[in-house]
Design a protein around this ligand. Structure first.
Ligand code: HEM
Length: 131
């Protein structure tokens, strides 16, 4: 039986493992390594803060992920395939390391944020008819 995600140390293990897999993935890895050229020393601690805020209720993340991903989408299209890959790797990483209530919750949160992000990025406001 695996342990549940309990604290920041567990989130660090999860996030580090997730981005190790992401970097090697052919569909989305190059977006991080070649297109955005992510500074991992900066990005990883930000992601620890993000998930600690989301999962453990510590309001330490300051940022606007939607705006960040709108900007990324201008350089590399973030479509269904990219979001499906992101979610699959995230779920696989959680399941490989943890199980329990928080492990289930973090997957649900990731799913809903990813789906909202996907919707906002790919819905074209000029095509929405307001009556
Ligand atoms: C197609 C899927 C995705 C791709 C390719 C992607 C890519 C990236 C990249 C390249 C960055 C770094 C931006 C920079 O350093 O300037 C980033 C930042 C970030 N991503 Fe994603 N992302 C994806 C989906 C998601 C999802 C689903 C979430 C949340 C559940 C998420 C949460 C974040 C957060 C919180 C940041 C930091 C934003 C900030 O404060 O600047 N990403 N993402």
């Amino acid at each position: 039986m695996k342990a549940d995600i309990k604290n920041r140390a567990d989130i660090i293990i999860l996030v580090d493992s997730f981005y190790t897999k992401v970097q090697k993935n052919l569909a989305i890895g190059p977006i991080f390594t070649d297109v955005v050229k992510v500074d991992w020393n900066h990005h990883l601690p930000k992601m620890y803060d993000f998930w600690e805020s989301i999962l453990l209720g510590k309001a330490i993340y300051k940022g606007n992920p939607m705006l960040t991903h709108f900007a990324i989408n201008n350089k590399a299209s973030l479509r269904e395939e990219e979001f499906d890959t992101w979610k699959r790797i995230f779920f696989e990483t959680v399941d490989a390391l943890f199980e329990g209530e928080n492990a289930t919750t973090i997957k649900q949160k990731a799913q809903s944020i990813a789906d909202l992000m996907h919707f906002k990025i790919n819905s074209n406001p000029s095509k929405i008819k307001i009556v």
